[in-house]
Design a protein. Structure first.
Length: 534
């Protein structure tokens, strides 16, 4: 069937719907979906499929998702009632949000079509006059059939490039994660029981003052970076459904979150955007990006730049609020080499960081930059003295047992585990199913006792907190290193850390009478107080 014949049949279908008199926007959806699928078949895109999206929430979602029939998303279509003026729609916050997220989008009122690529309109076509359909309720004559056919072919011909750079991938993920965050918040407001259970558990065991907005942010970032970590372990295809199997059993928190994402029935409003994130990762050449992680002799750490790029696009205010800025690599290198030298020259540790008796903790580890560099220094020292033959025992008996780290934010927690796993794999020690880095999800500045979780599916969060608590209270630590976050308006106001900070407000047991005492509540000061209490 020719495109013109398809368009004529399509217009007849629209007129038939309009003649019913009570036609809403959704009444026209099946007619448009059939047009796109039939046009795809007629023009060589044989297996294209059109999915009508779930009922939009306040967070919103495009009305149609188009697949190529081989598991890849082609793009999205946002449809409005035939009476709508697309010039007005183009200026709405909803459409701007879609254009800022999805690289291949069609806006239509079923008769006029506008195609956008990466937020910019690149083509438009008027198939027929809308007034004839919604006013006269008769089949209108074709206006620009050839141009409409060209536009639809452009739309169907789109695919994400597999050669995304680390920066491009970070930006693409950030845009979609922002969308997911808003949908999660709406699901919480509507009382989704599973998400509410996760929220309560995180609020009880991790961040006492966590708000629904804060949880939605934390949860969305975790899903994206959990998918990213899972993708790096995927050999034969990747999707939301397969993600769970690629997450190590030792990372119980991530596995429990992904049991819901991969194996259970997601709310339809969430499912489509999580599928989209998984699709971006599936088509990306992740192996090429991973090759950048630890470049020989260059010390470059793309993970740092990747996550900074992600946050800058996703929510720059989050960095300001949490003080999340990453330490320049030369500074990390200087600090680690300095500690290594001090251990050898002043602490009777001839092997420095490689010495079996050295225990190390980064209390605000982020993506594990300091710990990875310390492990690298330890391995270098060990191999220089003893050769590479016993490197395996150094990793297994020292680095995996004596190098600790804490982190509050789940996205860098997921990335940090990924980073260390890759680092060890490059050294010839891929982590087994029962091995893990001693990197724990916890609020370093909170020493409160935790109870076993009574919330279904979240026992691993309590277990993780207990493991971190053992390090905080019982484990002797020789080296505390890192660059903790700074925030004059601290979000950490627990009684334990506040009582420790009170020591800084006195000199010889007398009050300092400091006028700007708020700066003593800076999180950075609180993290500096930790070592003297340890």
């Amino acid at each position: 069937m020719t495109p013109k014949k398809l368009f004529k049949d399509y217009l007849k279908g629209l007129a038939s719907v309009a003649q019913r008199g009570d036609a809403r926007e959704e009444s026209f959806y099946p007619v448009l979906a059939a047009l796109v699928e039939n046009f795809a078949t007629a023009t060589g895109y044989k297996n294209a499929q059109v999915t009508i999206q779930p009922r939009p929430t306040e967070a919103g979602n495009p009305d149609f998702r188009v697949w190529d029939g081989q598991g890849e998303i082609v793009g999205y279509i946002e449809a409005k009632h035939p009476q709508e003026n697309l010039d007005r729609i183009e200026g709405t916050s909803q459409l701007k949000r879609y254009l800022g997220t999805f690289p291949n989008l069609v806006l239509t009122n079923f008769l006029e079509f506008r195609l956008y690529r990466n937020g910019q309109r690149i083509n438009s076509a008027l198939l027929a006059q809308p007034v004839i359909v919604h006013g006269l309720k008769v089949t209108p004559p074709l206006q620009e059939p050839d141009r409409t056919a060209q536009l639809l072919e452009q739309f169907l011909d789109f695919s994400l490039p597999p050669s995304l750079s680390a920066k491009d991938l970070a930006v693409a993920l950030a845009k979609r994660t922002r969308f997911l965050r808003d949908i999660v918040l709406e699901e919480l407001k509507e009382g989704n029981k599973r998400l509410s259970g996760f929220f309560q558990a995180f609020q009880k065991y991790l961040v006492g003052g966590l708000t629904p907005e804060g949880f939605s942010d934390l949860y969305a970032q975790t899903i994206t970076y959990g998918l990213f970590a899972s993708r790096t372990r995927s050999q034969n295809g990747f999707s939301r459904r397969s993600a769970f199997e690629n997450i190590p059993r030792t990372l119980g928190i991530l596995r429990e979150l992904f049991r819901f994402i991969s194996l259970e029935d997601l709310p339809p409003q969430m499912e489509w955007i999580v599928d989209d994130i998984a699709h971006v990762l599936a088509v990306a050449d992740v192996s090429a990006i991973l090759d950048q992680f630890f470049k020989e002799g260059k010390g470059s750490d793309p993970i740092v730049h990747f996550y900074e790029t992600f946050l800058a696009e996703y929510d720059p205010n989050e960095r300001e609020r949490r003080g999340v800025y990453y330490t320049p690599e030369p500074v990390v290198d200087y600090i680690v080499r300095g500690i290594h030298s001090i251990l050898k020259n002043h602490f009777d540790k001839p092997d420095g960081l490689a010495n079996q008796g050295v225990t190390l903790l980064d209390p605000a580890a982020g993506t594990m930059t300091f710990v990875a560099r310390a492990a690298q220094e330890a391995v270098g020292e060990f191999e220089q003295k003893y050769g590479s033959g016993a490197r395996e025992s150094l990793i297994q008996d020292h680095i995996l047992k004596n190098f600790y780290a804490f982190e509050l934010m789940m996205a860098p927690y997921a990335v940090g585990h990924l980073k260390m796993a890759l680092f060890l794999e490059n050294l010839g020690h891929p982590l087994s199913e029962d091995e893990r880095i001693r990197f724990y999800l916890t609020n370093t500045l909170d020493m409160s006792e935790l109870e076993e979780s009574v919330l279904p599916g979240l026992s691993s969060l309590a277990k993780e907190s207990h493991l971190a608590g053992e390090v905080k209270k019982e484990k002797p630590i020789l080296v505390i290193l890192g660059n903790p976050p700074y925030s004059g308006h601290s979000a950490n106001r627990g009684e334990w850390i506040r009582s420790l900070i009170n020591d800084y407000k006195k000199m010889d047991s007398k009050p300092l009478d400091e006028k700007q005492i708020k700066w003593l509540q800076d999180d950075y000061v609180k993290f500096l107080r930790l070592p003297s209490g340890k």
